[in-house]
Design a protein around this ligand. Structure first.
Ligand code: HEM
Length: 180
């Protein structure tokens, strides 16, 4: 007598990317993630310029540029970098939890993606409104905003730089997870 063994149920897998789809996602990922690093470095330079400016026009221009970049680009670029990283991980042999370098990038970027709309963008928006309300010929005392933005800029630039280094060297070997 034959007994039939029920097929093992397996959780649905993320579809593997075709070579062309993978290249397309790599383009989106590199442009957005390295663009994000460039944006934070640019904002750091503007923060230092604004903090040290003795000319009100130069100070206002630096801070307004930070506010404009923060309000327009920061959230979309962070989301595209994060989402394309997820697709590249899940849709390729790398997986999301199979290699320590991918797990590390995932955690670092997740922290940044959450903090960007909760902390960085509101801070930049506030700085922008303080500058817009200030008389054109007066320096503003932006210490309370810029010290926070300076710290956030240093930490986030280091995190994204770490992501690039993790990608290039892929340290840490495999985790115990075979799937995901
Ligand atoms: C600011 C954050 C990030 C930066 C700066 C970054 C940077 C990069 C760079 C420069 C590449 C190189 C592409 C290539 O040479 O083919 C890459 C690839 C990749 N990234 Fe990211 N990434 C970030 C976030 C993420 C996240 C959050 C994940 C996963 C959750 C991820 C997963 C991957 C994977 C799987 C690859 C493909 C590696 C390969 O095929 O060699 N990345 N990333």
């Amino acid at each position: 007598m034959h007994t039939t063994i029920p097929a093992a149920r397996s959780a649905p897998r993320f579809p593997r990317l075709s070579p062309r789809a993978r290249k397309t996602v790599v383009v989106a990922h590199v442009v957005s993630s390295v663009g994000w690093l460039g944006l934070t470095l640019g904002n750091l330079v503007l923060a230092v310029t604004g903090m040290n400016a003795t000319d009100p026009a130069r100070q206002h221009a630096a801070f307004l540029a930070m506010a404009i970049l923060g309000e327009t680009l920061l959230i979309p670029i962070s989301l595209v970098a994060f989402a394309s990283g997820l697709v590249l991980s899940l849709g390729t042999k790398w997986g999301l939890f199979r290699h320590w370098w991918v797990v590390a990038k995932f955690v670092l970027t997740l922290v940044a993606v959450v903090l960007t709309p909760l902390s960085s963008v509101p801070g930049l928006r506030e700085l922008g409104s303080v500058v817009s309300a200030a008389p054109a010929d007066q320096l503003i005392d932006a210490g309370e905003y810029t010290s926070g933005l300076l710290a956030a800029g240093c930490v986030s630039s280091s995190m994204y730089l770490a992501c690039v280094i993790l990608t290039a060297f892929k340290p840490g070997g495999r985790t115990r997870f075979r799937r995901g």
